[in-house]
Design a protein around this ligand. Structure first.
Ligand code: XIL
Length: 337
């Protein structure tokens, strides 16, 4: 049976996964084997975030990030950078969450971070998620994108600024991405936020801001309306093609649980039926098929690959199970390639 990366190589496509620092350090042999054999691109699940790189305001610690980067290099895999600017309290260190400086001080801090981190990796990172999840979930007027309130949002034009600083610090070939969730499909419930992201990117291009790609996170679930989702993604991908913008599917996972009135109800391992597994497989396969068929979609990464290490531990979102058995999703991915 061919490895996914061999099939993807032939299509000129990147196929990959987020790497979990903890799984790596625990010396889990099957984890390392599948990681090495199946994928040609990886991203650090947490190791390149502020929370890992910045133990304190004056200290940068690249130990975990460098370990993952080195492993990727040894495995002849590309390394995606995730992420330079994020509002999230879990991803940011305590001292930053407590930081109450002025907008000018925050700007200086952000510029220092971007410059130092981007220069540290240089050409070892081929694509950076420069800004992650800056859009508000509700978009009353998508043609005028609403940004979420965060530690960074009082810095004037912080998104443009972040991309400009990243571009100055990176080798010219480095691709710079804006990454977000609920933005992949421009049909149905996700349309307003998807449209807002398109407007955001179009505005950046008009202002001459160096942006090359968008990341669709694609944390979805088995209850997604698959055909509407896929049609909406294709349509959206083509809107970005018209702008000359590349798309990466950056954080795909397909849990069995579902949202109901703002609350997520997980589907634990013993509750999955063959039909659930088939639906999950179908979604992985169909997403990958879009990557194969749409010329401006260049990468597909799932947010981990085994249910043993996932940020959604209860509901089995990944293609390999906890014992590293292949679920139907792996076969569907092979078929799509
Ligand atoms: C998640 C990690 O998987 C968790 O381990 C961590 O505690 C929080 O962040 N969107 C993103 C990712 O862009 O960085 C998030 O990763 C998942 C949602």
């Amino acid at each position: 049976v061919p490895y996914l990366r061999c099939l993807a190589d032939r299509k000129g496509l990147l196929i990959g996964t987020a790497v979990n620092d903890w799984a790596l350090r625990s010396g889990d042999a099957p984890y390392q084997q599948i990681l090495q054999k199946q994928f040609n691109v990886v991203v650090a699940e947490n190791a390149c975030k502020w929370g890992s790189l910045r133990p304190s305001r004056s200290v940068f610690d690249f130990t975990d990030a460098d370990r993952i980067q080195q492993l990727a290099e040894d495995n002849k895999q590309k390394f995606r950078g995730h992420c330079l600017v994020w509002h999230n309290w879990n991803g940011n260190p305590e001292w930053l969450n407590r930081f109450h400086g002025s907008a000018q001080e925050k700007q200086a801090l952000l510029e220092e971070h971007i410059g130092t981190v981007v220069r540290h990796f240089g050409g070892k990172i081929f694509a950076w998620d420069v800004v992650n999840e800056a859009l508000e979930d509700q978009q009353p007027a998508p043609s005028c994108p609403a940004l979420r309130k965060s530690i960074w949002s009082d810095i004037p034009d912080f998104i443009d600024l972040a991309f400009r600083r990243a571009h100055e610090a990176a080798p010219p070939s480095t691709q710079l991405f804006y990454n977000d969730y609920n933005v992949a499909s421009c049909r149905g419930w996700s349309k307003p936020k998807a449209d807002a992201m398109l407007h955001l990117v179009r505005g950046m291009l008009e202002r001459g801001v160096p942006i090359h790609g968008v990341g669709f996170q694609l944390h979805t679930n088995t209850h997604a309306n698959t055909s509407m989702l896929m049609d909406g993604i294709r349509e959206n991908v083509r809107r970005y093609a018209d702008l000359g913008i590349v798309v990466h599917m950056t954080e795909v996972d397909v849990p069995g649980g579902q949202w109901d009135h703002g609350k997520f109800h997980p589907l634990p391992a013993d509750k999955w039926t063959d039909a659930d597994r088939a639906t999950q497989a179908d979604i992985y396969g169909e997403l990958l098929k879009i990557c194969v068929e749409e010329p401006n979609v260049k990468a597909f990464l799932s947010w981990g690959f085994t249910d043993k290490y996932t940020w959604l531990p209860e509901d089995c979102p990944l293609p390999w199970d906890r014992q590293y058995g292949e679920k139907p999703a792996v076969k569907a991915m092979r078929r799509a390639l």
